[in-house]
Design a protein around this ligand. Structure first.
Ligand SMILES: [Zn+2]
Length: 353
């Protein structure tokens, strides 16, 4: 297909690329589970594990008004932590490309293009960084392309959300009307694991998918100060989505980061959209999704980032290079954010009392 012709050398997105990158991890540690379809889901961990002196789960700690019973981050030995998660939806693997490059940088100081990142090579000396390059390898396996740049919107919908039994495109957001979707699907899209589960909308109180459980377990064990779920948003501008079903503190933090990211991108001649804070305290809850679940599992910030996917659609069509650059600017922004967290932690503890 046309979209597979001019793929740059740094653009590695296939399951085989993830395997190869994971097999070369030396400075970090790899943990792994199997997806519904038996495919490996890798978690790469860099840095030194924090000891949070945990005596309670988050709910119990919040009930007694002292979050430190769950994760005491006040000690001088506590390192900041950043959790980056790619391809929860299998046709949205722009983040996977950036994360595989990031792993290569952490290991060698260079990305797959051979560009040096001296400031990131030794990040693990002060930062704990956690990476799931592809949370949904089952869905990724159903999208037989290295890139969707140049793909038509209709083709993308077929591979992303799949079809109903009658062959019509499931589309977004109607594809969410049936969950798990397996029995209603004609062609199962990349959105889902092999059991038809959309991880973004699993039953988080009793996870149906091992992939969902893995995401929440890692958030619970490592309590990252910030988690970003990397998605593709067809050809919308790149943006941090405003989390809806979370406390206001996290909405305000998201907006602060989005504004700062916008400035950073402008310096590099790129743009991002900054969304307004969503006031959503009505019933029923809106957009209760994996962002809410991660936030409520570990009590820390979680956000969705959506990238333009370079489809053949509309006026904003980013190139592979631009999509990659946007992610690297996002990572730089998030690294800066968690670097400056100690003051914010003190505020949070005081507010909880
Ligand atoms: Zn998505």
């Amino acid at each position: 297909m046309e979209q597979n012709k001019k793929i740059p050398v740094f653009w590695k997105s296939a399951l085989a690329d993830i395997e190869e990158t994971a097999s070369k991890v030396r400075k970090g540690n790899i943990r792994m589970i199997r997806s519904a379809g038996g495919r490996p889901v890798y978690f790469a961990q860099y840095g030194r594990k924090n000891d949070f002196r945990r005596t309670a789960n988050l709910s119990s700690a919040s009930g007694c008004g002292d979050i430190r019973c769950y994760a005491d981050k006040t000690g001088p030995d506590i390192r900041p932590g950043l959790f980056l998660v790619g391809a929860m939806h299998g046709a949205e693997f722009e983040g996977t490309v950036a994360l595989l490059n990031l792993i290569n940088i952490l290991e060698t100081g260079r990305d797959f293009a051979g560009d040096d990142y001296p400031e990131w090579k030794n990040l693990d000396e002060w930062l704990n960084i956690y990476i799931i390059p592809c949370l949904n390898p089952d869905g990724r396996a159903r999208v037989p392309f290295e890139s969707v740049c140049g793909m038509s919107f209709e083709d993308f919908r077929y591979y992303a959300q799949g079809t109903w039994k009658d062959g019509s495109l499931a589309g977004w957001p109607d594809c969410k009307k049936v969950h798990p979707i397996s029995d209603a699907a004609g062609h199962l899209g990349g959105y889902y694991n092999d059991d038809g589960i959309n991880i973004m909308h699993d039953d988080f109180f009793s996870p149906m998918a091992e992939e969902t459980r893995f995401l929440l377990d890692m958030a619970d064990e490592y309590v990252p100060d910030a988690t970003v779920l990397l998605h593709g948003g067809t050809n919308a501008p790149n943006m941090l989505l405003q989390p809806a079903c979370v406390p206001m503190y996290f909405k305000e933090e998201t907006r602060k980061i989005a504004l700062s990211l916008q400035k950073r991108c402008q310096k590099h001649g790129m743009s991002t959209l900054v969304k307004d804070i969503e006031i959503s305290d009505n019933m029923p809850p809106v957009k209760m999704n994996a962002v809410t679940a991660v936030t409520m599992k570990c009590g820390e910030l979680c956000m969705t980032y959506e990238s333009n996917q370079g489809l053949d659609r509309g006026e904003l069509i980013l190139t592979h290079e631009e999509i990659y650059k946007q992610h690297m600017l996002l990572f730089a922004e998030m690294i800066e954010y968690v670097r400056n967290l100690p003051e914010r932690r003190a505020v949070k503890i005081a507010a909880a009392k």
